[in-house]
Design a protein around this ligand. Structure first.
Ligand code: UTP
Length: 289
């Protein structure tokens, strides 16, 4: 089984739930403590062994490219002030030349369409898709857990977590088959089902390992739930012809695309930081009822 080396980050969405912060600033550049959300995602993918980072961007997202480039004047200023530690960290954070690729989704037609925009950068291989909004705290990076599991199952593997019954209409939901350890066989997928008809509480969240055959189905440009080209619909068409599993990852997921989820991500990340945790806990104590 070939290891997964390429990861696609679809970052062309409009981020309407976070307006007006996202009117000019891409939602992926919002900070969680002192790092943009997108950097956590790239670090997770790099820690999982990915070597090619493919961003599907859109208009107004150019600062994402700047963020992953050298900031020459800033680096010189840090050097002049002997801020060596910061300079070293900032330099290490910049991916190597040629490791980052960008393509554009000209119109936000849905997640499926965004992934399809990366089709020419993927060969006949399994690749990862990471939705930057989903920040995951875990012992082993979520994508690394998944790649390790996919080496055993082959085929497609998507991260799943149990959600409250009343929230099924927010996610792609799995119709589960046999379960073994953290693996759940996927019999079918339904996009945003009403709780009354949802086949389970297993929701697909923003980590996917997909066979390039998914592009054969995305090529149809079929419009699904919400008038968007849905990744879920294309994945559904792979089921039956290829292995398809859900993976109950170890870790805690925060939805940074939503105001409350974003706030919780900041609190959890700050509390977990060795340099900030204790002091921040003391600050939070002041807000107890
Ligand atoms: P969301 O459903 O969170 O949509 O997309 P959004 O537009 O980013 O945010 P809201 O709902 O308006 O607040 C999930 C992921 O898919 C990407 C988004 O950038 C996000 O990472 N996406 C979505 C695209 O790249 N293109 C699209 O057409 C839609």
């Amino acid at each position: 089984m070939k290891p997964v080396k390429k990861v696609v980050f679809p970052v062309a969405g409009l981020g309407t739930r976070m307006l007006p912060a996202t009117k000019v600033l891409p939602k992926e550049m919002l900070p969680v403590v002192d790092k943009p959300i997108i950097q956590y995602a790239l670090e997770e993918a790099a820690a999982a062994g990915c070597e090619e980072f493919i961003f599907v961007t859109g208009r107004g997202k150019a600062i994402i490219e700047d963020h992953f480039d050298r900031a020459v004047e800033l680096f010189e200023a840090l050097a002049a002030k002997n801020k060596d530690e910061q300079l070293e960290k900032m330099t290490a954070d910049v991916p190597k030349a040629g490791q980052v690729l960008y393509t554009r989704q000209q119109e936000a037609k849905g997640l499926g369409h965004a992934v399809w925009c990366a089709r020419r950068l993927i060969e006949d291989e399994v690749f990862a898709v990471v939705l930057v909004d989903d920040l995951i705290h875990s012992e082993v990076p979520c994508l690394a857990q998944m790649i390790e599991a996919q080496q055993r199952t082959g085929g497609n593997l998507v991260a799943v977590m149990e959600v409250a019954k009343e929230h099924t209409s927010r996610y792609g939901i799995v119709e589960p088959g046999a379960e073994e350890g953290r693996l759940v066989e996927v019999k079918s997928l339904v996009e945003k089902p009403d709780p009354a008809v949802a086949p389970s509480r297993y929701a697909v969240i923003g980590r996917y390992l997909l066979d390039a055959a998914v592009f054969d189905h995305l090529d149809r440009h079929e419009v699904g739930a919400g008038g968007e080209i849905q990744l879920t619909d294309a994945m559904q068409r792979l089921i039956g012809s290829q292995p398809f599993h859900g993976f109950r990852f170890e870790g805690q997921r925060y939805d940074c695309g939503d105001k409350l989820g974003y706030l919780e991500a900041i609190v959890a990340t700050a509390l977990a930081r060795p340099d900030l945790g204790a002091d921040f806990r003391a600050v939070l104590e002041r807000y107890r009822d």
